[in-house]
Design a protein. Sequence first.
Length: 72
Amino acid sequence: MTTEAYYTAAVRFVLDAEGGYVNDPDDPGGETKYGISKRAYPSLDIKSLTIEDAKRLYRRDYWGRASCDALS
């Protein structure tokens, strides 16, 4: 499997688990969409976030920072 295929599978896993927009006052994560939280991205309009936006954030801020492409 290529690193791109691993990334695609990882993102699919997260998106399947996280779902869409939620703003539950009892949820400690606060406002979230596709697993992206307002707490982590305070200047981002979470409600308007697209799946493609979320994928770009995952690649840049999580996959890339953890150097996942370098894992075997």
